[in-house]
Write a protein that binds this ligand. Sequence first.
Ligand code: F6R
Length: 255
Amino acid sequence: MDIILCPTAEEASLRAAALITNAVRARPATVLGLATGSTPLRLYQALIQACRDGLDFSRVRTFNLDEYYGVAPDHPQSYRRFMNEHLFDHLNLNPANTRVPDGLARDVAAHCAAYEAEMRAAGGVDIQVLGIGSDGHIGFNEPGSSLASRTRLVALTPQTVSDNARFFATVDEVPRHAISMGIGTILEAKRCVMLCFGANKAKAVRAALEGGISQFTPASALQMHPDTTVFLDEAAAADLQLKEYYRWSAANQPA
Ligand code: F6R
């Protein structure tokens, strides 16, 4: 795991964006795994800027981590709509190359299997963007999720429902289920890039990066991934025991 501690979320987002734009420049048919939520918003703005500055996304394919179950793609809080509004509509992507699980899938198991098959047919995810939940989740893999889990229907925890209530008129409107890539699915990405910002993530970050690998902290599974970069701001890194070492090593990279 490469742990990159940045003074601000702004700097961390721009560094993560550079990693992605470099990959797309080197391989125009890059397959991106994408997340929703507040965390990647600045990163997505930077990708939009890169496209305006001439970076070609026309051959990029995308697979989103998750979608609320029972929510139509055009629902104001659907993750499909979030992605269209915050990223897809502003890039020269082929809309047919953007995939988000279907929250209205009738046969959920078949839909999840088809989603995974499509990822495999695309050659697998090259770079998976991740945020972390305050309970340590990645995607919607809540504490207790099998570290080998695949794309499936999951129940959200009360903590996640309450964290996400800010996007809905009332907490009662927050869906209780989602379709999410599994932890095993996420670990198959060639590279993972996790962004962790803000003091409310500090406890989960410490458990994920410095605790034992456990299904109680799903993000800790990334410790087993051979190519994961974690970008943190100071607030999210506040509880890290090896904080000074991460800072030192970032400042003393080989030439
Ligand atoms: C969203 C997702 C979630 C979020 C996490 C953090 O697609 O997969 O795991 O990354 O809940 O959310 P924010 O960024 O809103 O704090």
